[in-house]
Write a protein that binds this ligand. Sequence first.
Ligand SMILES: [Zn+2]
Length: 316
Amino acid sequence: MPEVLKAPLVVEFPFTRSLGPVQSAFLTGLRERVVLGVKTGDGRVLVPPVEYDPVTAEEIRDLGSFVEVAPTGTVTTWAWNHAPRRGQPLSTPFAWVLVRLDGADTALLHALDAPGPDAVHTGMRVRIRWADERTGAITDIACFEPYDGDRAEPAGHTGEFENPVTGIVAPARLDYTYTPGRAQSAYIHALGDRRIVGERCPSCRKVYVPPRGACPTCGLATSEQVEVGPRGTVTTFCIVNIKAKNLDIEVPYVYAHIALDGADLALHGRIGGIPYDRVRMGLRVEPVWTEGSRHPDHYRPTGEPDADYETYKELL
Ligand SMILES: [Zn+2]
């Protein structure tokens, strides 16, 4: 059996969000090296601040509820982080800590720069190490660092700033190791030899391309390999008028379902070598491979007469 493939797959996108008045003041404060909390009706100071009292659900909205707290504090609990990864606050091993800043009643999660887990303990005193360049983000706090000096006294900032930060872009990133499984691994291996190979269901005899390893109708595993194509028939298509980012194809172009000869399932492909408004159902096409490509770059007309509708209507 050929090797089952696997490869890294990263899903990454910027998430743009507006902040609202409370988070706006908090993050703008960090830009100015000021840490703000909010005061609840019963006098507790919450850092980081929230819009609603987590105990009473009362809305906290008065600007007068902001309270500046100190950049020094006490570790309330921690966990050692052995293997820092991209996007984490420090490139060396560090501790995640909850820090109750002086003047606050709740704790803030951040990184602590410490030489090793033996140097970290609950109750230890720490202070903020500010980032050199600050933009109004939680990363304006580069990290916490051990501190044995005096408690710093906040200046009593009200939470009103020039040019407040009103939105942030939070990058979202998900790291996967993706494996396409046995059937699609075999399909991809065959593409390396410019062959298109599907699998036949042992019961209904349908040939699936690309193969998924099972027949969705009969619920049976498939294993019999069948080479299909390379020629095929356009069963349906659409004209694409919107240019995709990172895709160097002039619009308009045609994207089609193509039933390769011998296959019982249409696959997707771009149609080239013909004006977009001449593409039609029944058009006979063949794959065009480009140097170094692991799959057909596009499909082009073969010049054969169009396929009779009756020959592909089951595949629509
Ligand atoms: Zn079947």
